[in-house]
Structure formats: C-alpha cells, structure tokens
Design a protein around this ligand. Structure first.
Ligand SMILES: C[S@@+](CC[C@H](N)C(=O)[O-])C[C@H]1O[C@@H](n2cnc3c(N)ncnc32)[C@H](O)[C@@H]1O
Length: 383
C-alpha cells in the first residue's frame, strides 16, 4: 500500500469505529481485524502502520469526531508527512480543502469534569489513554517458565511484564494475559485454600482462575454471570490451566438471588460491570461510547450486584468489591452508599502490592501504579 492508501484505510476504519461508538457496535480491534480480513493484499507492515494511525487518532481526540477524515486531519495538523498523503492519488484521500480538523483533547468534556471531581489531575487523566504494557500471570505449575524479555512485577510472584508484541500463543495453558492491577485487586478477596468463594460477576473467569491459583486449587469457587457467552469461555480455560475447583452458574437477570439461595460463601468477589475508565488505555475509543445515561445505568447495576453479593456472604465473611473504573460514582461513592444502607458492615484496611487509599478502599491508577485503573474495597459482614 502507498502511504496515501494507508491514510485512506485509516480514514475508513475510523469512520467504522466512530459509527460503532455511536451505535454500541463492535470494538475498534474487532473492526480492524474484520477490515483486513477482507483486504488480504495488505501486508503485515501495512496493517501495523494503519493500526498505528488509527490508534494515534483515537488517542489524540477526546470528543467523538464527526468522521474519520476530520480525525486524520487532526493528526496531519502536526505531521507534514502525513498531511502530504492527502494527495488525491487513486487510493489516497482527496486533497485538503477548506475543512476543519477534529478538535484535540484528552476525554469528552463531561468525563473530564467527572474524572477531575474524582480527584484525577491532568497527568492522571493523560495516563488513562497511554499505551498499556502486556502483563501475564504464570500458572502455578509453570512458575519457573522462562519467557524471553519478561520482567518480574514486585509483589506478584506469578506476574510478568512482557515486551510489547510478544507472541503468547505458544504458551497457551501456561500463562494467562492479565493486567498486573487486575491480579493485585483479586488479592483483596484474601483467598486461601479450602475456602468457598462466590465470584458473582465472573465473566470469562479471569479472576476466578486467579482465585483458584491463590487457593492451590483446593476449595470451591462458584463462578456466576448473566452472560452465557462469556461464562461459557471459563470451563475450557480452567481445563487448560488444570483447575478443578470452579463450577459455573448462569444467572437469569432479576432472578439471581433465587439461583444463589444455596450459596453461603466465606468471600464474595464482585468484579462489577462498570464504565471501564481504568482500561481505556487498551480500548481508548471506549470514551467515545460512554454517555451520562449509560453511566447512570451502570451505577444502578453495581448497587444491584452489591445487594445480591452481600446476601451470599456468611455471617462474619467478606465481600471484595472491584471496578476497573476511576469514577467515584462507581467506586468510593458506591461503597459509601452500601455501607450507609447496611449497618454492621465495615470497610477493612487493605494492603496490596499497588494502590493508594481512596475513600473506603484503594485506588490503582496507570500514572501512579503503572497498571490499569481500579477501585477496590474489602467489606466485612456483621457476625
Ligand atoms: C467486569 S466484568 C467481569 C470480568 C471478569 N470478572 C474477569 O475477571 O474477567 C463484569 C461482568 O458482570 C456481569 N454482570 C452484569 N450484571 C450481572 C448480574 N446481575 N449478575 C451477575 N453478573 C452480572 C457482566 O455480564 C460481566 O461479565
């Protein structure tokens, strides 16, 4: 592909990403994979170059731009070589006319206000969209695995940070891709062998598998979720990892309490559905998708799962509440509201390898901890 054709490809992809952000469509990575699956003539260098252009544009623009051309013009405004590719050549974009590039910015304005109100300054906000490292967790049986270029992560003996672009496919069954922050917040469950743990919002089981490793595959983990497709990915992952103590339970929305009536857990872990502001560095276009109404719905869902989870904790047991968001409405304020409405429950101090105290829990941020952003709290039930 010529440089101009790469620019045109980035424009077309950004058009699709912008439409998907507006209409709750597929993620940028999925759209990029689909685009190139239909254009086999594009070589690996072309694909890499186009992908880099697309993500550079997404990171540069806080507000969702009008279209892909305006987005690429914003990048071209500071890159003369890129500007020169708007040359009207057969596969390239039309020459620049009297048109405005999209406005630069970190995040949508309303979200900047909420992030600021949640105590995140400009440095913290910028780090939310910088590139993320590739972190993995070694399965305990492969703790001695020698991964080229891997760096240890202090406080997490089984965690490694790998050079960007490392091909992990050859290590299926030996490692799991999991951000160091995600590994660290799971420690808030205080999982030990023999426990019964309910992982209420288990998804595809990233945290269930971490819990099983912390429990030496001894005890019982009930991994539940309302999403059949996600939950169905857990059993094969557990089998590959040699984990035997996880049982999955698909929940019907609004009937979760009845489905979990037989569960009395030492610990309930709630990795709640959230806006994902702490993981934007992996999918920065997500900040173009969020709306105030969607955020309100997520906050209501979090209160709902907190109430369900609290009902499954044994007297004197614990509840670990986690969100990969840095908005206080989903984290500290959500837990404060739970504590106010549930006398007898108490937040416990937490000591994790990462994070700083924040309200009733701990906060991990990309700028301070080099991990994805999380809020985590550990709550003790009355006896
Ligand atoms: C942050 S994700 C969980 C990620 C997962 N724990 C992991 O480590 O990979 C949140 C999950 O909550 C689930 N969820 C949403 N509402 C729920 C409900 N009422 N009961 C149980 N799970 C729910 C979603 O389907 C989603 O899989």
């Amino acid at each position: 592909m010529t440089p101009a054709a790469r620019t045109q490809a980035a424009i077309e992809l950004l058009d699709a990403i912008i439409a998907a952000a507006r209409e709750s469509g597929a993620a940028a990575d999925t759209l990029i994979a689909r685009y190139f699956a239909q254009r086999r003539y594009a070589g690996s260098k072309d694909r890499r170059a186009v992908r880099e252009l697309v993500y550079a544009a997404i990171r540069r623009l806080g507000e969702r731009p009008a279209d892909g051309r305006a987005a690429m013009l914003a990048l071209a405004a500071t890159d003369p070589a890129l500007a020169a590719t708007f040359d009207g050549s057969p596969h390239g974009p039309a020459p620049v006319a009297d048109e405005a590039p999209a406005a630069e910015g970190l995040h949508p304005r309303w979200l900047e206000d909420r992030l600021t109100a949640s105590g995140l300054d400009a440095t913290e906000q910028r780090a939310l969209i910088e590139r993320a490292p590739l972190d993995v967790r070694l399965h305990p049986d492969h703790a001695a695995l020698d991964l080229p270029g891997a760096e240890p992560i202090p406080g997490l003996p089984l965690a490694r940070r790998l050079p960007a672009g490392t091909d992990i496919a050859p290590h299926a069954g030996q490692i799991e891709v999991q951000d160091a922050g995600s590994q660290a917040v799971t420690l808030a469950a205080g999982a030990t062998p023999g426990m019964t743990i309910l992982d209420l919002c288990a998804g595809a089981g990233g945290k269930s598998l971490t819990l099983a490793a912390l429990m030496n595959d001894d005890g019982r983990i009930i991994a539940s979720d309302v999403d059949r497709a996600r939950l169905s990915r857990l059993a094969p992952r557990a089998e590959k990892a040699g984990v035997t103590i996880i049982e999955t339970r698909l929940l019907n929305p609004q009937q979760e309490v009845a489905a979990l009536a037989d569960v009395t857990a030492d610990v309930v872990l709630i990795d709640a559905p959230c806006s994902g502001t702490g993981t934007w560095r992996r999918n920065p276009e997500a900040r173009w998708r969020l709306t105030p109404a969607r955020l309100d719905r997520l906050i209501a869902m979090q209160a709902h799962v907190l109430a369900i989870g609290a009902g499954a904790v044994k007297p004197g047991g614990a509840l670990a509440y986690i969100v990969c968001s840095l908005l206080d409405g989903e984290g500290a304020a959500q837990v404060d509201a739970f504590l106010a409405a549930n006398p007898g429950w108490q937040a416990e101090p937490l000591a994790l390898p990462f994070g700083r105290p924040h309200g009733p829990g701990l906060r991990l941020t990309p700028a301070h901890d080099g991990t994805d952003g999380f809020f985590v709290a550990r709550l003790r039930a009355p006896c």
